[in-house]
Design a protein around this ligand. Structure first.
Ligand SMILES: [Zn+2]
Length: 376
């Protein structure tokens, strides 16, 4: 899930949100303001209900963020690189750059989120007890939703946290990480279909919107689990590939000190859309694409230098040749400047990895995995 907007870097971790999270926020505010709060504390004005409902939904999303950041912080504490945390329609996701190297680490990362939700749930319920009125009801709702969130996430199927727990346990018992991944993904597929079925039955039985929501979550889970199952063999192959093995060496570069106009004339003759930008001293400084050049107004092209408009780290990807491919997978392509990773060794540009290099590698890995399977 690609974030639509950034929510900053709390504790140094990149946090973003997909636009669909606004839908979740609006739905929760509506649920509280139009249904739960008026039923629990009748006779107040709509303004009070909507103010409490909106506050409740914002705090709920904040507690969801705490859940995800707990995964991320425990992962980082255990030496794993965290890519980003994203909030979206059905909750949040924490993406790690590295795979956990031991079952113990996998287990610690997996339980951190539900543990945080349990604590938050107990905290909200505790605070709500001595209070009364609409504030107490909103806090109690926050408490129960966090408890439900913790329990739901512990259901034993990937990609839920409970699936990661199952995976860590199977890994520990069998010593076979790949078998453990396949087992938790299979379990996630069954669980997702069961939840989707239960949600549909609920929707048809009572016309409840919650049924539709559950069906949506179940459907999403089963699709994610299926994707994990399918990606298993390829992922193992990919994990062993280093950027240095798949990069395009000696790429055509853009001199950063050239004016945009000067470089456009040169780029028209070259066949590429994206170039590493080099400083005058020979060090790579960033990435320039034709799309970025096109943003420079025509009258400014003769006075603007390429290095002034290129994407620089962290907006562009820079990695060492021994970086495993999964660390940049999913981060190349898309935004201008991120459509090329610079492979740099001791400050020297040794090559680039483009979406084309990655597609070729993936296709070869799939061919290799299939060939391997049919040979068994
Ligand atoms: Zn979680």
């Amino acid at each position: 899930m690609r974030a639509t907007f950034s929510l900053g870097r709390p504790a140094g971790i990149r946090v973003g949100a997909h636009w669909s999270v606004l839908l979740t926020m609006a739905l929760l505010a509506w649920l509280l303001a139009e249904s739960l709060l008026p039923a629990a504390v009748p006779g107040l004005s709509a303004v009070v209900y909507w103010a409490s409902g909106t506050a409740g939904s914002v705090v709920f999303l904040a507690s969801l963020l705490v859940h995800e950041l707990s995964h991320a912080l425990v992962a980082r504490h255990r030496g794993l690189a965290v890519d980003r945390v994203t909030l979206w329609l059905f909750g949040g996701s924490t993406e790690l750059t590295d795979d956990p190297s031991t079952p113990r680490t996998a287990l610690a990362v997996a339980v951190a989120g539900p543990a945080a939700s349990l604590l938050a749930g107990a905290g909200f319920l505790g605070v709500s007890l001595p209070l009364s009125g609409v504030v107490a009801v909103t806090l109690a709702w926050l408490g129960w939703t966090n408890l439900v969130l913790a329990v739901f996430n512990l259901l034993p199927g990937a990609p839920l946290d409970g699936g990661r727990v199952l995976q860590a346990l199977v890994w520990r018992l069998t010593g076979d990480k790949r078998r453990a991944q396949a087992a938790s993904a299979r379990s996630g597929r069954v669980l997702g279909l069961a939840l989707a079925g239960a949600g549909l039955a609920w929707l048809l039985w009572s016309g409840s919107f919650a049924g539709l929501w559950l069906a949506g979550i179940g459907w999403f889970l089963s699709l994610s689990a299926r994707a994990e199952l399918a990606a298993g063999p390829a992922r193992e192959v990919l994990g062993r590939i280093r950027l240095g093995e798949i990069m395009t060496p000696a790429p055509v570069t853009a001199p950063g000190w050239f004016t945009v106009q000067g470089f456009v004339d040169q780029a028209a003759a070259a066949r590429f859309r994206t170039y590493p930008v080099m400083a005058f001293d020979g060090h790579p400084v960033g990435v320039i694409s034709l799309a970025l050049l096109a943003r420079v107004p025509e009258q400014a092209r003769a006075s603007t230098r390429v290095e002034d408009v290129c994407a620089r780290p962290p907006a562009c990807l820079v990695a060492a040749p021994d970086t495993p491919l999964p660390a940049v997978l999913g981060r190349i392509g898309g935004r201008p400047g991120q459509d090329l990773a610079l492979v740099v060794s001791d400050g020297v540009l040794v090559g680039v990895v483009s979406p084309g290099d990655i597609a070729r590698t993936l296709e070869l890995a799939v061919l290799g995995a299939n060939a391997h399977r049919s040979a068994q």
